[in-house]
Design a protein around this ligand. Structure first.
Ligand code: DC
Length: 222
């Protein structure tokens, strides 16, 4: 039986940084499900398909192959075999991913891939509906959040470090709009699972959050 850690929370809460760290320290696989939605979003953007046009999205999906590979322990996203990991981190793709993720046909497409990874590996999987929907039996569930200001600032610094120019105020607005979309959609909205541990990382360092999660983890090395 595999050990699964589910980390859910809003955009920019630091989920990927924390999940990656925890996975590395426990020798688990880190699964970034947001990257999967971003990969579909990139494909839709390239084809000029509006995420609101459910019929066209549904028609396009069979031609969109999403798979993952690991290079030096880092998850790589493959879109019809093309490594698009470097192309999916923009705000444009993130916003499109949030819109596309509200469609049942898009969520359905990624369900098996996510469940299968957790069934066959010890994983730290992050996203919006992991504890509530994808891995309801995960041994540890975390709901990680931070204030909107903190999240906007973190994302701003992250993008700046990558040389992507952006405005803090625009990012803040994007984050609030994305929260609204992700929390209020009909299917698999972002919410804290009943049995998830709530962590507000606004005033916590990456080390502190990582240690806290590890201390909650009942997994023992075989
Ligand atoms: O975590 P992220 O910002 O990379 O995710 C991009 C979008 O994908 C997010 O706004 C909502 C969607 N998403 C989702 O609906 N369910 C998930 N498990 C992961 C992401």
């Amino acid at each position: 039986m595999t050990y699964n850690i589910a980390i859910d929370g809003p955009a920019g809460a630091g989920k990927s940084t924390i999940a990656r760290r925890v996975a590395k320290e426990l020798s688990f696989i880190y699964v970034d499900t947001g990257a999967m939605y971003r990969t579909i979003a990139l494909s839709l953007l390239r084809c000029g398909i509006d995420a609101k046009d459910e019929a066209r999205v549904s028609e396009a999906l069979p031609g969109i192959q999403v798979s993952i590979a690991y290079r030096d322990g880092e998850q790589q996203m493959l879109l019809n075999g093309e490594n698009v990991s470097g192309l999916i981190r923009t705000e444009e793709v993130g916003n499109m991913a949030s819109k596309a993720a509200a469609l049942p046909c898009v969520r359905e497409k990624l369900l098996d891939l996510q469940k299968e990874l957790a069934r066959t590996h010890d994983v730290v999987m992050d996203g919006r509906d992991i504890g509530t929907n994808i891995l309801p039996d995960a041994q540890l569930k975390i709901y990680l959040t931070a204030s909107a200001d903190t999240r906007a600032e973190r994302r701003f610094r992250e993008l700046e470090a990558k040389g992507i120019s952006c405005s803090l105020e625009e990012i803040r607005e994007d984050i609030i709009m994305r929260d609204e979309q992700d929390m209020h959609r009909e299917i698999a909205p972002l919410m804290q699972a009943e049995d998830a541990v709530f962590l507000d990382s606004s005033d916590m360092s990456v080390d502190e959050v990582t240690e806290k999660i590890k201390s909650l983890c009942r997994w023992e090395k075989k």
